[in-house]
Structures are given as structure tokens and as C-alpha cells.
Design a protein around this ligand. Structure first.
Ligand SMILES: C=CC1=C(C)c2cc3[nH]c(cc4nc(cc5[nH]c(cc1n2)c(C)c5CCC(=O)O)C(CCC(=O)O)=C4C)c(C)c3C=C
Ligand SMILES: [Fe+2]
Ligand SMILES: [Fe+2]
Length: 321
């Protein structure tokens, strides 16, 4: 520590989930091993789950999923990594007095290591998980690392109805409609979680539904013009419903031939949006007799997104006592 202005600096860490370093079975296996060993993500007894994960799930899933990653991989790397990095740069432009970086809960650049490096530096560290809706499976897992590695850091819990964020999402949907025309119905597809967690008090479903309604209200949509669904089911048990894939397959029979799908639970485009929605579910919709599923990209480095995130972070730093 040589420079006192640097030592006293405010640091904003934008934390996303993490993603494999390459679209290969071995890189995907390394990533999934870390992700799926987190007891916040899979709540099965460790003595049962960890051997099952290592011996069965990782070998089978890594190979299959690596092909899905390969289908969406970008020149600069995994879409999640590329878009999260660009978002951090856009937020940095909005916050010249704060040092802004992106980190990942799993994989690189590691949240854990960054928090350790910041220990004892006297910086005010704000961690903003890029999950608009709070869940024990995602936000609380970031919280676990913060509490362990740098308890003096502060964290944003959620921003599911933040007005600037709602307006940013609504604006991106309006722009998409201006450019590509508008479908018969708008789906808001959120990542699912096990129903059991919601029954135990996880606020995630409530926040997804409140956010979807706020966006629909900003767009002045009548109730029959939109619906919220849940995607990316993993493993057994009951997950949040209605499921995105089942909904997409059922709509053509109801006369809904063109749909628009937005994913407001994802700050950055990733495997679950670009491959699962824009490719897989678009195929399901056509197979079921639909004409077109039009995917509306995540906010990514949209200036309105950067301003919304910067606004949330600025309020936290201003209220810091
Ligand atoms: C946006 C919020 C997310 C929640 C809530 C969430 C819960 C959750 N996820 C899994 C299992 C998997 N998720 C995977 C990918 C993935 N998940 C999110 C976000 C949320 N997950 C993102 C942004 C991504 C994409 C990462 C990327 O590299 O692009 C995967 C990996 C892919 C695969 O194998 O299908 C798994 C596995 C669980 C079990 C869960 C809640 C319990
Ligand atoms: Fe996930
Ligand atoms: Fe998936």
C-alpha cells in the first residue's frame, strides 16, 4: 500500500455466477464440480451427493453440456464472461470515483480470491450480485463467501423492482418490438429453483413475479398479454412452475403463434438464455406448430442497465456509515 488515495478507495465488485473457461468437457467438469458442490445449490446430504456428482453427474453432464457451450461460445470467451466484463466496464464509466470490477462466484475471476486481496486495504467494498431477485441458491451463496472472507464488505441483496432497472428492461423490450415487430404474447422466463426452497421461505419466486408485473406495468400490457415462467430445471423433485418449455410447447394449440421471450433474471446473456431459450425452446415452439419464438436479449452492457446498476451502488455508498 503506497498510495493513500488508492488505499481509501471505494471498490464495487459485480458478482456473477461463473462459467467454464473453455467449451470443453474437462473445463465444464471443473466448473460444474465447484458449482454443484456448493450446499446452497444442491442440498442433498454430502456423503451421498459428492460421490454421485464425481462419479456419475460430472462425466455424463460435462460432455453433453460442453457441446451446448460450444454452440454459443464467443471470440472473447463464454458469453456470460464476455457480457459481464463489458457490463462492468460500462458501470465503471458511470462511476469514475469508484473502482469497478467483475468477479465470479465459481471459477475466474474468483470472488473469494479478490476479497482476500482486499483484506486490510481500508477500502469500502460493496459486493453487488448480478441477480436482480434474491435466492438462497445464488445471492446467499455470494453472502457466504463475503461473510467468510471480508465481513466488513457490504452487499446488495436484490433489485427486483428497482425503478431504473424495471425501466431498463421495459425499454429493451420496447426497442426489440420496434426493430423486430411484436408477438402475440410476451413470456418472462426466469431460472427455476426447487419448490421446496420457496416453501421454506426463499423469496425468489415472489420477487420474480413482482418484477415481471412491474415490467408489464411499465409496458402498459394487459394481463392476457404476458406470463411468467421458469426454466433450466436441474435434477429431480418439484421445481417452480409453470415451466418455460411446457408453456412454449402448449401455446401454439391455444392459437398463440408468435411469442417474445425475455429473461429478466439474467443480467447477462449466457448458456441458459442463448442456448436453452433462443435455440432449444425456439425449436420446441416450432415443433409444436408455432411460427416464431423471438428472443429478447438480456440487458448486458446496455447504457440504461449500467446506469441502473451504478444508481443502486451509489445509493449504498452514499448511505455507508
Ligand atoms: C439467475 C439466477 C439463477 C438461479 C436462481 C440458479 C439456480 C440454480 N441453477 C442450478 C444449476 C445449474 N445452473 C446452470 C447454469 C446457470 N445458472 C444461472 C443462474 C441461476 N441459477 C446462470 C447465469 C447459468 C449459466 C452459466 C453459463 O456458464 O452460461 C448450470 C450449468 C449448465 C448446465 O449444466 O445445465 C447448472 C447445472 C441449480 C441446481 C439451481 C438451484 C438450486
Ligand atoms: Fe443455474
Ligand atoms: Fe440449462
Amino acid at each position: 500500500m503506497t498510495d493513500s488515495t488508492q488505499a481509501a478507495r471505494d471498490v464495487l465488485l459485480l458478482a456473477n455466477l461463473g462459467t467454464p473457461s473453455a467449451p470443453t468437457a474437462s473445463a465444464v467438469s471443473r466448473y460444474l464440480a465447484e458449482f454443484l458442490s456448493d450446499p446452497r445449490v444442491v442440498q442433498l446430504p454430502r456423503l451421498f451427493w459428492l460421490p454421485l456428482l464425481r462419479l456419475v453427474v460430472l462425466p455424463l453432464r460435462s460432455r453433453k453440456v460442453s457441446h451446448n457451450y460450444a454452440a454459443v461460445w464467443m471470440d472473447g470467451g463464454s458469453p456470460l464472461e464476455v457480457h459481464t466484463r463489458r457490463l462492468a466496464a460500462a458501470v465503471q464509466e458511470q462511476m469514475p470515483g469508484v473502482h469497478v470490477e467483475h468477479v465470479m462466484r465459481y471459477g475466474e475471476p474468483a470472488l473469494t480470491r479478490r476479497l482476500r486481496e482486499l483484506r486490510g486495504q481500508g477500502a469500502r467494498v460493496l459486493v453487488l450480485p448480478l441477480y436482480p431477485q434474491y435466492s438462497t441458491t445464488t445471492t446467499a451463496s455470494v453472502g457466504d463467501v463475503v461473510a467468510r472472507e471480508l465481513p466488513d464488505a457490504r452487499m446488495v441483496d436484490d433489485y427486483h423492482v428497482d425503478p431504473a432497472w424495471v425501466q431498463a428492461v421495459a425499454g429493451s423490450i420496447r426497442t426489440h418490438w420496434e426493430r423486430h415487430g411484436r408477438g402475440d404474447r410476451l413470456l418472462f422466463s426466469f431460472h427455476g429453483i426447487p419448490q421446496r426452497l420457496v416453501d421454506q421461505g426463499d423469496p425468489y419466486e415472489r420477487q420474480c413475479l413482482a418484477g415481471a408485473r412491474a415490467i408489464a406495468t411499465a409496458l402498459e400490457l394487459p394481463d392476457d398479454a404476458w406470463q411468467a415462467t421458469f426454466q433450466s430445471r436441474f435434477g429431480g423433485g418439484k421445481w417452480l412452475s409453470p415451466a418455460t418449455d411446457a408453456t412454449v410447447r402448449a401455446l401454439p394449440a391455444e392459437g398463440v403463434k408468435r411469442i417474445d421471450v425475455a429473461c429478466p433474471g439474467f443480467a447477462a446473456d449466457c448458456l441458459e438464455t442463448l442456448e436453452e431459450i433462443a435455440m432449444q425452446n425456439a425449436g420446441f415452439f416450432r415443433e409444436a406448430g408455432g411460427d416464431e419464438l423471438s428472443y429478447i436479449p438480456c440487458l448486458n452492457d446496455d447504457p440504461a442497465h449500467a446506469r441502473a446498476i451504478a444508481g443502486i451502488a451509489t445509493r449504498e455508498f452514499d448511505a455507508w456509515r
